[in-house]
Write a protein that binds this ligand. Structure first.
Ligand code: ZN
Length: 209
């Protein structure tokens, strides 16, 4: 027994919330996970909850301010329907074909634009249970996996727009930045240094240098 408070667990993952552009987690390339623990499993469950609540079909870890190479997908977008996928440390290869389809992003609510991507792609990853995954994807799943993989690289779908379309969304992105800065200045969101320190701590807990 001690009068001193217990030291905070540096690996602790607190309550997760969806973060919006321009939260620094969204522009920071995520690091491979070298440690899968119960907190990561819990975080994956929470990510599915958050994704379904927001009516999304994919969610990357950095969209809940976790700096890890991990994302979840369910093309049905509803719990109990479709198939839930968890991809840990994913690698994409063999891009083939081209397809254009409208995309949106839970971190950029209200923004929807046509995005050109390879139509088919191969994904190799690990499951939450540590089993290897290798899937050759096409259709919606191929698109969602590429969108979520971009998040892990610190990229948003708006980075992939041709010049005219990029100009079209520039004002919307500026508005997101204004709103975010306003929330920080009112203390509704932590200051930038604190957001970055939290990412550094989580990265140090479960990623290699
Ligand atoms: Zn997104």
């Amino acid at each position: 027994m001690s009068d001193l408070p217990a030291a905070a667990d540096p690996a602790a993952i607190g309550p997760l919330t969806l973060v919006e552009f321009p939260h620094p987690a969204l522009r920071r390339p995520a690091k491979p996970l070298v440690r899968l623990d119960d907190a990561v499993s819990d975080a994956v469950e929470r990510m599915f909850d958050i994704m379904y609540d927001a009516q999304g079909i994919g969610l990357a870890a950095n969209q809940v301010a976790l700096p890890y190479r991990m994302f979840v997908v369910n093309c049905a977008g509803r719990r109990g329907e479709g198939e839930e996928h968890v991809f840990i440390n994913p690698v994409l290869s063999r891009p083939r074909g081209t397809a254009v389809q409208e995309e949106g992003c839970l971190s950029l609510p209200g923004v929807r634009m046509d995005v050109r991507r390879p139509e088919r792609v191969m994904v190799e990853a690990w499951s939450l249970e540590g089993e290897p995954i290798a899937l050759d994807l096409d259709g919606l799943l191929a698109r969602v996996v590429q969108h979520e993989f971009d998040h892990l690289e610190g990229r948003l779908f708006t980075d992939r727009l041709p010049e005219a379309a990029a100009l079209e969304v520039r004002d919307q992105l500026d508005e997101f930045a204004r709103v975010f800065a306003g929330r920080q200045s009112r203390g509704e969101l932590p200051p930038q240094a604190e957001l970055i320190a939290a990412l550094d701590r989580l990265e140090a807990a479960r990623c290699r240098e």
